[in-house]
Write a protein that binds this ligand. Structure first.
Ligand SMILES: [Zn+2]
Length: 61
């Protein structure tokens, strides 16, 4: 399952119009052309709202 979200270190193409120019907010990035908003990827620079990565392979043990 793919959830569209904005990755600051990558080129992000708008899922609606295909452009890659964004207005970056605090929580979302908004397409400069059609105003589609994508949530910013959690983690990284924000220390107080980190999503822990859980090892998906734990079940295989
Ligand atoms: Zn767009």
């Amino acid at each position: 399952m793919y959830r569209a979200s904005y990755r600051p270190q990558e080129v992000n193409h708008c899922p609606s119009c295909g452009n890659s120019q964004w207005m970056i907010g605090r929580m979302t990035a908004e397409c400069a052309f059609c105003a589609t908003a994508l949530p910013l990827v959690a983690g990284g620079n924000f220390g107080n709202n980190v999503l822990r990565k859980r090892p998906l392979r734990a079940l295989a043990a």
